[in-house]
Design a protein around this ligand. Structure first.
Ligand code: HEC
Ligand code: HEC
Length: 301
């Protein structure tokens, strides 16, 4: 998410204003037109430099939203978790000698087979496995036979970092699901459409998006969402049309809307209305946050 520092020095390389302006004073004819052009050039230069300075202003003036799960996901990258658990934790890395033949995934409900709750996750991270497993001779033999072993990270992570990793692992588990039928169908559709590869695990946000207003793709958990989604009508419009006129027609909003590298897909052409309704119900359920207790403390499955 850090931007190259060159963007802050670039305004110095812009042509100094006098080089633009004298060009017009030499020509007397059509001075009005020339002057207009000069003003446009000045305006463009100002907008450009404002744009380049913007990341700094943005960092100072705006609160960048950071969820524990998004932090945990970045931490998992820096700790090398994905080298064994596969890109984005999808698993599939060969593990010769192991029972499963592969390192387990983090998502798609795989955790269900390994952990009983958040405490087990903590113990996997800190000690390589929960104590009850480490004390079991069968488990010990199993682990010893495998080429790849889950490392103990106790010496490398702080207590807060463990909680961030747990938040990430729970959010990406595929086990935090709504009870209501419509929202539950929305969860399945969100999986098919890979909403979370852009919006972060369970919509925790934090995926980088160069050129966008805040520099990352907004999530569904908190303030970013409330700024962008005022009601169900707007939520539906985002999902159906990939845009909201309130933002895309706004004098400043539209600069970022067009400039951002990654854009919200438009799903109304590829999915029936029913599916969009289900997605609305699901995203609403995520925003409401009643799953948070399920995702932290000790969720038993
Ligand atoms: C050297 C390879 C390796 C690395 C690196 C690694 N793991 Fe593991 N991990 C494993 C193996 C192998 C298992 C299966 C252990 C078992 O059978 O109990 C496992 C199991 C797990 C489990 C329980 C099963 C599941 O998929 O939910 C969790 C949770 C887990 N690891 C989290 C992490 C986290 C978080 C990191 C990074 C901080 C990490 N692992 C890094 C190899 C690795
Ligand atoms: C290719 C990446 C990508 C995918 C896939 C994606 N989105 Fe988005 N989404 C974005 C971007 C980028 C924005 C911000 C758009 C803007 O500001 O113009 C966004 C905005 C949104 C918003 C506005 C509010 C907010 O806080 O995010 C909602 C709601 C949303 N997306 C829902 C979904 C749902 C539901 C899915 C899956 C059906 C989905 N998105 C799939 C990239 C994506």
């Amino acid at each position: 998410m850090s931007r190259p520092s060159t963007s802050f020095t670039e305004p110095r390389h812009l042509p100094p204003l006098p080089r633009i302006v004298p060009g017009l004073v030499r020509v007397r004819k059509r001075r009005g037109v020339r002057r207009a052009i000069a003003w446009i050039a000045v305006a463009v230069a100002l907008v450009e430099s404002a744009g380049l300075l913007y990341p700094r202003a943005r960092a100072l003036a705006l609160s960048l939203e950071e969820t524990p799960a998004a932090r945990g996901q970045r931490l998992a990258t820096s700790l090398g978790c994905f080298s064994c658990h596969g890109p984005a934790g999808v698993g599939g890395t060969h593990n010769p000698g192991s029972e499963e033949g592969e390192v387990p995934a983090f998502g798609e409900q795989t955790q269900m087979m390994y952990v009983k709750g958040a405490d087990d996750l903590r113990e996997y991270i800190l000690d390589g496995a929960p104590q009850r497993k480490r004390e079991d001779p069968d488990y010990q033999a199993k682990v010893q036979a495998a080429a790849l072993r889950m490392p103990a990270y106790r010496a490398f992570v702080s207590a807060t970092q463990v909680e961030d990793l747990v938040a990430y692992l729970r959010a990406t588990s595929g086990q935090v699901l709504p009870d209501a039928a419509l929202a539950a169908r929305g969860a399945a559709i969100a999986g098919e459409l890979s909403c979370f590869s852009c919006h972060g695990p369970l919509g925790a946000g934090g995926v980088a998006n160069p050129g966008s207003f805040k520099g990352y793709i907004p999530g569904f958990w908190d303030r970013d969402f409330d700024e962008l989604v005022r009601d169900d009508g707007e939520l539906r419009e985002w999902i159906g049309k990939g845009a909201l006129p309130r933002i895309s027609n706004h004098p400043i909003g539209r600069i970022f809307f067009h400039r951002q590298a990654i854009k919200m897909p438009k799903y109304e052409d590829v999915r029936p209305q029913d599916d969009l309704d289900a997605l609305v119900a699901y995203v609403r359920w995520i925003r409401a946050g009643s799953w948070r207790t399920l995702a932290s403390a000790d969720a038993h499955h």
